[in-house]
Design a protein. Structure first.
Length: 285
């Protein structure tokens, strides 16, 4: 059985840890409120942009454009968004598991990473990192998303990659965060998504389809990237808040258990001392 000194030292250590987890929970809660508001404002545009561009291209028929045509490359770009810090429960591991279980051949995948946790894990698993922009996740802006988009689309247009995927965490609410894998290019759509009337409509472009798509596709990809970054930040802080709340509760239970053990050990020590005193007194008399 552990001594009272050991129990007291262990209890003190857990109390110190609990103070840290409480502070981290408070910080994450404050950050979450700001990130949640931002994500909720951005999400409608994020979703509407995806649906609109998909609908436009679905009505455009077959077009020969660098961003839409098969360029012959079998390489697949996967933009992976995680965090630079841990202590966020399964937030980072869920994204890496999503990529690992995606069915995409490892030797065909080129990673464009945002967040060191995902980058380091996937590198250890044998994936090749083409570009890293981990500093972006600290305070993502639309300009950051645009710069990432420019790099990926440039490689796509040059034939270095033949498809673009995005792995991020969708922020549904404070406690629900969904790891998601989206295919951005070439754009895929289902015929069932179009009504019978829409199927007969043909999209016309002014001045011509190439100039229009040269403007639409980069804005589409940039908007998707920015929306994903904003949702990822909200998800990270939500996951960290939950993790620190659980850690604080667990610490409270451990402290309570150690207090009980300490009191029992102290009671046992007092009882033993009284027994020795009584036995000594009896021996003298």
């Amino acid at each position: 059985m552990a001594s009272m000194r050991d129990i007291k030292r262990r209890k003190s250590s857990i109390q110190s840890t609990q103070q840290i987890t409480k502070a981290m929970k408070l910080v994450s809660t404050v950050k979450l409120q700001k990130a949640k508001t931002h994500a909720e404002r951005t999400d409608p545009y994020f979703q509407h942009m995806y649906r609109t561009v998909t609908s436009i291209l679905a009505r455009s028929g077959n077009m020969d454009h660098p961003y839409l045509a098969d360029n012959g490359s079998d390489k697949i770009a996967v933009v992976v968004i995680t965090s630079n810090r841990g202590l966020a429960g399964g937030y980072n591991s869920n994204i890496t598991k999503l990529v690992l279980g995606s069915g995409l051949a490892k030797d065909k995948v080129l990673l464009y990473t945002i967040g060191t946790k995902g980058k380091d894990t996937l590198e250890r698993k044998g994936y090749e990192v083409a570009e890293d922009a981990s500093d972006v996740i600290e305070n993502p802006t639309y300009k950051d998303a645009m710069e990432i988009c420019d790099k990926v689309l440039k490689d796509y247009a040059q034939g270095k990659i033949g498809a673009i995927y995005l792995a991020y965490t969708h922020f549904k609410n404070t406690v629900v965060h969904i790891p998601s894998l989206m295919k951005l290019l070439p754009v895929e759509f289902s015929e069932e998504e179009l009504s019978a009337a829409d199927k007969n409509l043909i999209m016309n472009y002014e001045p011509n389809e190439k100039e229009a798509l040269d403007m639409i596709i980069p804005k589409y990809v940039t908007s998707i990237f920015y929306g994903a970054l904003v949702e990822a930040v909200a998800s990270e802080n939500g996951a960290r808040m939950q993790a620190m709340d659980s850690a604080t509760s667990n610490a409270e239970e451990m402290i309570s258990d150690l207090s009980l053990k300490y009191n029992r050990a102290r009671q046992g020590s007092i009882t033993q001392e009284l027994t020795e005193i009584i036995a000594g007194a009896e021996a003298i008399s």
